[in-house]
Design a protein around this ligand. Structure first.
Ligand SMILES: Cc1cc2nc3c(=O)[nH]c(=O)nc-3n(C[C@H](O)[C@H](O)[C@H](O)COP(=O)(O)OP(=O)(O)OC[C@H]3O[C@@H](n4cnc5c(N)ncnc54)[C@H](O)[C@@H]3O)c2cc1C
Length: 451
């Protein structure tokens, strides 16, 4: 094992970045380009490794080699690419240099890409890369924590002490999220069980999708038969009672779900005036009400199996999913509660968080949040304030979700998607709507673009 360190005593840098993954590399680049001295600590290369990484290269891609769609006109992640390119993103620059054919997606030669990022950072006169594991949150000095979903345990413990144990998760338990506009209200209806309305509630807290006995039995059989993803050998994700995969609950008996998350009692189907045999409930997932999560539907079903099966639910036949379900090992904090709008830990504002540890999901999103953390810190070091990007932009929508728009109680990792953007009112064709989102975003972005 190599050395493990706390905070370097002799400070020769303006800012310390912990973690040289997608987010930390991007943050380091942005700060260095703005003229600030960066110390970048990365534990790989010092005898320490996460269970998912295989090399010592910075910004290693741990699984697929895809940055997903590069279509900036009709796709939210494509739009995010474009905004990041406009801000001089190192990750996108190297992605473009090491691009491999992948249709309208941006896929990269993974070794060339990581080598390119590493070389660019190593060659930068403002960056010093230290191969060391950091086990404590620095007590002082500007810091960006970008240690990712597999943050080493010592540092995770230190983060837990700073945030409170309840605010740090080691596993995600993701229920699918549906775009509101794709729910069919000729079948679905709003109602809280027994018409109970909690404080601040409007009676529209839940959307209910009813099932007859036959529909329920077919659905139950589909859950048992559907193809599942296996946990990785090192994941050891425990099943807590509160976040048991829906198919595991289904295995316990044909009626287990009907007495659990799919309970129909206390819900009056307006079409029949009766309680349905079973029900799927959706709960609002963001403040603007564009996203709704399927309550209790965390699952290890493969994505294609989820789409096929969940579209058999009455009212969700045409559901568009902002996120599909999953369970993984994943260290992340309750950012909407803990972070301010520029990613600073409210309780210790010298510390920013960036990347997947903030609860965004994906290579591009992690790099994007690293880019913003770097830009916010650079502005702070220069004695300026940088306003967050407008909510209408991809960067702004993702950042707003992480730093306050998302529901705190159900906060789980999220990819960028149009459901995070402020809604566009009125009816329009889906394709036109996407163009409306992206052209509005471009206009808002050009008004914000910092020097
Ligand atoms: C198994 C797995 C597969 C994934 N597959 C995909 C995929 O196919 N596509 C996709 O878009 N996203 C995927 N993700 C999600 C996610 O986008 C990536 O994990 C992404 O790399 C996150 O970027 P990051 O910079 O936040 O963290 P990372 O890229 O993981 O970087 C964090 C860095 O911090 C270092 N580090 C950790 N602790 C310490 C410490 N105490 N001191 C010093 N250094 C430390 C790590 O070695 C690592 O280099 C996957 C995640 C996992 C876990």
């Amino acid at each position: 094992m190599g050395p493990a360190s706390g905070y370097a005593a002799a400070v020769t840098h303006d800012i310390h970045i912990i973690g040289g993954g997608l987010a930390g590399s991007e943050a380091a680049w942005q700060l260095a380009q703005a003229g600030h001295k960066v110390k970048l600590s990365e534990m790989r290369g010092s005898g320490h490794m996460t269970p998912a990484h295989h090399t010592d290269s910075l910004a290693e891609l741990v699984c697929s080699n895809s940055f997903r769609s590069d279509d900036a006109e009709r796709n939210a992640v494509g739009l995010l690419h474009r905004e990041m390119r406009d801000l001089g993103s190192l990750i996108l620059t190297q992605g473009d240099v090491h691009k491999v054919p992948a249709g309208s997606a941006l896929a990269v030669d993974r070794d060339g890409f990581s080598a390119g990022v590493t070389a660019a950072l190593e060659a930068h006169p403002n960056i010093s890369i230290v191969r060391e594991r950091v086990d404590q949150l620095p007590a002082e000095g500007l810091t960006i924590v970008a240690t990712g979903p597999l943050t080493a345990p010592g540092l995770a413990e230190s983060i837990g002490s700073a945030t409170g144990k309840e605010a740090l998760a080691f596993f995600d338990a993701i229920a699918p999220i549906v775009h509101f506009e794709s729910i069919d209200f000729t079948t679905a209806w709003y109602q809280s069980r027994w018409n109970k309305i909690g404080p601040g509630g409007s009676g529209k807290d839940y959307i209910n999708c009813p099932m007859s006995k036959d529909e329920y039995l077919a659905f139950h059989a589909g859950l048992l038969a559907g193809e599942k993803t296996e946990f990785r050998e090192w994941e050891n994700v425990p099943y807590f009672e509160g976040c048991m995969p829906i198919e595991v609950m289904a295995e316990r008996g044909v009626d287990t779900l009907r007495y659990g998350p799919m309970k129909g009692v206390g819900l009056d189907d307006p079409r029949t005036g009766r309680w349905p045999h079973a029900v799927v409930q959706l709960r609002q997932d963001n403040a603007s009400g564009t996203l709704w999560n399927m309550v209790g539907f965390q699952t290890k079903l493969k994505y294609a199996a989820q789409v096929e099966l969940f579209r058999t639910i009455p009212g969700l036949e045409k559901a568009e999913f902002a996120r599909l379900g999953g369970l993984h090992r994943n260290t992340f904090i309750k950012s909407p509660e803990l972070l301010d709008p520029t990613l600073r830990l409210k309780a210790r504002p010298n510390i920013r968080f960036a990347g997947q540890i903030t609860g965004c999901e994906g290579y591009v999103e992690s790099a994007a949040i690293g880019l913003l953390a770097g830009r916010f810190a650079a502005a702070e070091l220069a004695g300026r304030t940088l306003a967050p990007p407008p909510r209408e932009t991809a960067l702004g929508a993702l950042l707003a979700h992480i730093t306050g728009e998302a529901e705190v109680e159900t906060y789980q990792p999220m990819n960028v998607n149009f459901g995070l953007f402020p809604p566009i009112e009125g009816r329009s064709k889906k394709a036109d709507r996407k163009l409306m989102y992206t052209s509005r975003a471009r206009a808002a972005f050009s008004g914000w673009l910092p020097a």
